[in-house]
Design a binder for this molecule. Structure first.
Ligand SMILES: [Zn+2]
Length: 90
């Protein structure tokens, strides 16, 4: 499968103040394969953020499977080979 890489720079910044650009990543979360989804990659710290749309898709899947409740504002980032959910402290 060929994944076309997009080099679209996003108008907002990463939390580290790095530049975010659009990309794609294989999403695997809690052992569930969600396939290749659109994500935002920081060119500075390398964090991958899933878009709200993708998070909604995953949330729907997760709810359908009745696995767990996912915070809407949570960011799922990739750390090494595992995905980490980051919930903003507010
Ligand atoms: Zn960053």
């Amino acid at each position: 499968m060929v994944i076309k890489m997009q080099e679209e720079i996003l108008p907002y910044k990463c939390s580290c103040n790095g530049t975010l650009k659009k990309s794609h990543t294989q999403v695997e979360f809690y052992g569930i394969d969600f396939g290749v989804k659109e994500c935002e990659v920081c060119t500075k710290c390398g964090s991958e953020f899933l878009s709200d749309k993708t998070l909604e898709e995953i949330e729907r899947e997760v709810k359908k499977k009745g696995l767990f409740g996912l915070e809407k504002q949570a960011h799922i980032t990739k750390s090494g080979n595992s995905l980490v959910v980051r919930i903003p402290q507010r």
